[in-house]
Design a protein around this ligand. Structure first.
Ligand SMILES: C[S@@+](CC[C@H](N)C(=O)[O-])C[C@H]1O[C@@H](n2cnc3c(N)ncnc32)[C@H](O)[C@@H]1O
Length: 279
């Protein structure tokens, strides 16, 4: 079948499942064909082999039974880098790119400060992106999930930055002794009762999403540990739920009374990243 009718057929099957069914159809087909999206649009008549047709049928069944596209593909793009994904890790979100952008800018402005920590690393998207973009950075990536840590390690290897990142299975900073110039974390922040009403519930790991009764359980615990782990003059960057801005600002001001505390909005204008520049 020529490419356009095939794309339209896939699009129709994905319409009820996605806000971007045509884009998803292109991404899926380019994955099946092992080509870039621009290639499939420039080659209107590729012939799918029997194996490719079978893979396409299988992928569409997975999508129709509720598996998110990134898990079907086994990979997803974050900050222009390609990450290996399994259902054991959160699918990297574009909002998290804001946190990474702030961390990279700070590290470039402070060339003598290179020790970083990424708490709750998941796929490793934050740690690996920092390592790729700031070659001298040394990063500790932690997660309480051993299966997530394995995915993060694979991603570090894929991008050739395993020498810059050490991995640790830990409950937040519980067994971490050193101090860091930059601490980044995108911890679970969805209140338990809200999570159960969302489409992501059961599709992505609950361990990566459930932030306890008010969504702030892990952030509060981490905040209490930070004074011993953040170097003087260091930077804390935390991704937050859009409704948590005022509360996390209060927490940060209480923990670091001398610090410059800011909340940055994402592209949709929602509070998204807490930045604490200590003195
Ligand atoms: C929201 S996901 C973020 C993953 C990744 N950093 C990202 O931005 O896509 C949160 C991660 O924190 C981990 N996590 C949950 N509780 C934790 C804890 N007590 N200590 C360390 N990591 C934890 C989860 O396993 C999950 O990988």
């Amino acid at each position: 079948m020529p490419i356009q009718p095939l794309l339209q057929t896939i699009r129709r099957r994905l319409t009820a499942l996605s806000d971007t069914p045509y884009l998803d159809a292109q991404v899926l087909l380019s994955h099946i064909l092992g080509q870039r999206r621009s290639w499939i649009l420039a080659h209107p008549d590729p012939t799918l082999t029997a194996a490719q047709r079978q893979n396409l049928t299988r992928a569409l069944h997975c999508l129709e039974s509720g598996t998110p596209l990134p898990y079907v593909l086994g990979r997803w793009e974050f900050y222009k880098l390609d990450f290996i994904l399994t259902p054991h890790v959160l699918i990297p979100r574009p909002e998290t790119e804001l946190l990474v952008e702030k961390a990279i800018a700070w590290l470039r402005d402070n060339p003598s400060r290179r020790s970083c920590a990424d708490i709750g690393t998941g796929s490793g998207c934050i740690a690996v992106t920092l390592a790729v973009n700031v070659p001298g950075a040394k990063i500790l990536a932690t997660d309480i999930s051993p299966t997530a840590l394995r995915v993060a390690q694979e991603n570090a290897h894929k991008h050739g930055v395993e020498g810059q990142i050490s991995f640790l299975g830990d409950n937040l900073l519980a067994s971490v002794a050193g101090k860091f110039d930059v601490i980044c974390a995108n911890l679970p922040y969805i209140p338990t009762s809200t999570l159960k009403t969302l489409a992501v519930y059961g599709q992505e790991p609950t361990l990566a999403l459930d932030g306890g009764p008010k969504g702030l359980r892990l952030i509060q615990t981490l905040m209490a540990d930070l004074p011993r782990s953040l170097s003087p003059g260091g930077l804390l960057l935390l991704e937050i739920d859009s409704s948590h801005g005022p509360e996390v600002r209060r927490m940060a001001q209480k923990t670091f009374p001398q610090a410059d505390v800011q909340i940055h909005a994402d592209l949709a204008g929602h509070d998204r990243v807490l930045a604490v520049q200590t003195t």
